[in-house]
Design a protein around this ligand. Structure first.
Ligand SMILES: [Zn+2]
Ligand SMILES: [Zn+2]
Length: 268
């Protein structure tokens, strides 16, 4: 299915549930990025924090402070799991801040394997525990690690704290297991990629009260921007594609995904 060349501005504001606003652009550029998002009908953006050092660990939270509708997360990405033990004390402090609405992104990535599996598992488990301690949801990044992830999520009681499988890139079988754990499912520009038929099937099957949309900016720009720098305004292309896959009006998808994002992040 080909996405629209230019989708309409939705009548209901969209919420980009996952964007890295601190990767590259200077602060004034962040304001421009957010202004373009508002023009496109995207009123809220979760600034996802991934720390490799103390400065990057707080960068997303700092972006959220003082900006209208600003919210952020804080975590250590599975790529950087080797750094997690040292960063954990600071992560506890940052994740407890008011503008920080979730722990993550954290998870397991056995595709790139920038950190050994056992270290990734330790860091993921520690962050799911932290989320539970703080009573905040967890933002989960998973790649080629479904079975190990399910074991950790189950044994650490993720159902109690809630969470988002971000940038969902598996198919209906895995989807059913995440839904059983009570998790929310966030779809990125991958739904617009020609080969992503299993992901599109998952987007059709996800219940309306668990569905989220994201850009994962600056990565994963949807068709027709694939390969270029992504930004939150383009989440409209993903939402429009999902609406057409589900045979639903764009405004309904916008209304549901925004309500779900605000609900899981505990906003308003
Ligand atoms: Zn990710
Ligand atoms: Zn991300």
């Amino acid at each position: 299915m080909t996405p629209a060349a230019k989708p309409p501005v939705p009548g209901v504001p969209l919420f980009d549930s996952h964007a890295h606003l601190d990767f590259g652009p200077a602060a004034e550029e962040v304001d421009q990025v957010l202004a373009r998002a508002r023009e496109a009908g995207v009123s809220q953006v979760a600034a996802i924090g991934v720390g490799r050092d103390p400065a990057s660990l707080v960068a997303a939270a700092e972006i959220a402070v003082g900006r209208e509708g600003g919210c952020a997360t804080a975590g250590v990405h599975p790529h950087d799991a080797l750094l997690a033990e040292d960063l954990l004390p600071l992560l506890r402090e940052v994740a407890a801040r008011e503008e920080v609405v979730a722990v993550g992104e954290t998870g397991l990535d056995y595709h790139y394997m920038h950190s050994p599996k056992e270290v990734q598992r330790w860091a993921f488990r520690a962050q799911v525990r932290l989320a539970r301690d703080l009573g905040k949801p967890v933002v989960i990044h998973l790649r080629e690690a479904h079975a190990d992830a399910m074991e950790i999520l189950r044994s650490e009681g993720v159902t109690e704290t809630g969470g988002i499988v971000h940038c969902f890139s598996s198919g209906p079988a895995e989807l059913a297991e995440y839904l059983d754990l009570g998790l929310h499912i966030s779809f990125s520009g991958i739904v617009t990629f020609p080969k992503a038929e299993a992901v599109r099937e998952a987007a059709r099957l996800t219940p309306g009260d668990r569905l989220l949309v994201e850009t994962d900016s600056p990565y994963l720009a949807p068709v027709p921007f694939r390969g270029r720098r992504n930004e939150p305004a383009r989440v409209v292309f993903t939402a429009d594609t999902i609406a057409r896959l589900r045979g639903e009006p764009l405004d309904l998808v916008a209304e549901q995904t925004t309500r779900n994002a605000r609900g899981i992040y505990g906003i308003g």
